[in-house]
Write a protein that binds this ligand. Sequence first.
Ligand SMILES: NC(=O)c1ccc[n+]([C@@H]2O[C@H](COP(=O)([O-])OP(=O)(O)OC[C@H]3O[C@@H](n4cnc5c(N)ncnc54)[C@H](O)[C@@H]3O)[C@@H](O)[C@H]2O)c1
Ligand SMILES: [Zn+2]
Ligand SMILES: [Zn+2]
Length: 352
Amino acid sequence: MTGAILPGDSTTKLKEFTVPEPGHGEVLIRTKASTICGSDIRCIYHEHLGQGPERYQGVIAGHEPCGQIEKVGPGCRRYQPGDRVVVYHISGCGVCNDCRRGYMISCTNKKYRRAYGWQRDGGMAPYMIAEEKDLLTLPDELSYVDGAQVACGFGTVYEGLEKIGISGNDAVLITGLGPVGLAAAVLSRALGARQIIGTDAIDERLQIARDLGLCDHVLKAGPDNVDQVRALTGGHGVERAVDCSAHHAARRTAVQATRKWGRIVLIGEGGTMNLNPSPDMIHDQKTIFGSWVTATWRMEELLERLVRWGVRPADLVTHRFALEQVGDAYALMASGKCGKVAVCFDEELVSA
Ligand SMILES: NC(=O)c1ccc[n+]([C@@H]2O[C@H](COP(=O)([O-])OP(=O)(O)OC[C@H]3O[C@@H](n4cnc5c(N)ncnc54)[C@H](O)[C@@H]3O)[C@@H](O)[C@H]2O)c1
Ligand SMILES: [Zn+2]
Ligand SMILES: [Zn+2]
């Protein structure tokens, strides 16, 4: 089979691999959709920048895979060939404290913690091996492209929003309207938020948020954003803010445009942040949360809720590519002039 790797110089490379055999507790998945995350661009595509859990080891790329089980190895307990599954994108040891909480993202066992598309083969190939314990059932109502986005982006956002709590009481500010920020808008709305304000530096991203009706107001990123958000919220600021940009100025905007007693969650990764703690946080009694991916149980819960809410993550996908065009897919995502970008196989490619 052909699989895509990322050499780290803003290109992709297709290489031949043998179709792997599932070992004990593993399954062979026929990949149907594999979406691209901002983290792939930041840590791997332009340069291999990642360290520790973000260090890329030359494997088949793609940490947002979704597909159908082709074969199960010995010792599997839950899944059968034909089952439709989402791959929680980090395989942990399964027995450390973090893994036991379902947060395999923070598995503390250096030998066994391996993320798909980073340290073990991921979704940019027609087949992949996954451990059965890393799989979630994709509900019949959702497509494989819906599921691929849950594997990282939507799962991550749901976790962050659950940490700060979102309800019909809240106006929500989202800084950065890449696929993660757009997902934050979709899920904030589903959780009841009545006023959603988004900011981004790229016009195409603001346009997508506007066209899909995801935000009530979109603002071009700039030094006036705090005043603009206050003006839209009766002078008070928002109750909740979500940074999905990782940009230092946007992070400061998220904190300063949040009202007294408000909560902010940082999802965008990397970079720095410069705050003046007394006026920005302490005197206004604000709380900042950090949030890293999610737990398997919460991802399972999100899949159920998406069906209940009638929310389809695939609506954020603006471009689908065949694996042969994987280079165009990564280049487009790196340009930012798109919503979510998906590499698709079989029926997910023809339903584009
Ligand atoms: N915490 C986690 O577990 C987790 C999981 C997945 C992704 N991420 C991170 O989330 C971030 C978003 O992911 P994505 O896939 O949407 O990536 P992305 O790079 O496509 O999106 C970032 C967006 O922020 C915008 N931006 C840049 N400067 C800005 C500013 N000053 N104000 C407002 N917007 C600004 C960019 O134009 C871009 O649209 C990335 O940093 C990614 O690494 C974190
Ligand atoms: Zn990701
Ligand atoms: Zn572990």
